[in-house]
Design a protein around this ligand. Structure first.
Ligand code: FES
Length: 104
């Protein structure tokens, strides 16, 4: 099973093992990591925004134009920004979670 490593604000690391094909948003929920994800994965909110590890960003493939449009609305954007609900886990993955994507 692939492991998703979430780096939370302050540098805290949380690891979650998931089945292949699970989304990063679902992985976060399985690991009790409070990524907001208001729209539940229908690409209408950008509150599941994460920063993918630079070394792995290209492996994930290009975001769709629709995802790019939503990423324009993300707070704390970075060059490796993606929507967590649109990334399907296929192998071990490391991500940073901006504080703005976490429920308070
Ligand atoms: Fe809303 Fe990902 S959960 S865009």
């Amino acid at each position: 099973m692939p492991t998703v490593i979430f780096e939370l604000p302050g540098g805290v690391l949380r690891s979650v093992e998931v089945d292949r094909g699970v989304s990063v948003l679902e992985a976060a929920r399985l690991g009790d990591i409070a990524i907001e994800g208001t729209c539940g994965g229908s690409m209408a909110c950008a509150t599941c925004h994460v920063h993918v590890d630079e070394a792995q960003f290209d492996e994930l493939g290009e975001p769709t134009p629709e995802e790019e449009d939503m990423l324009d609305l993300a707070r704390e954007p970075a060059p490796t920004s993606r929507l967590g609900c649109q990334i399907r886990v296929a192998a071990d993955l490391r991500l940073r979670v901006p504080g703005s994507s976490l429920l308070e």
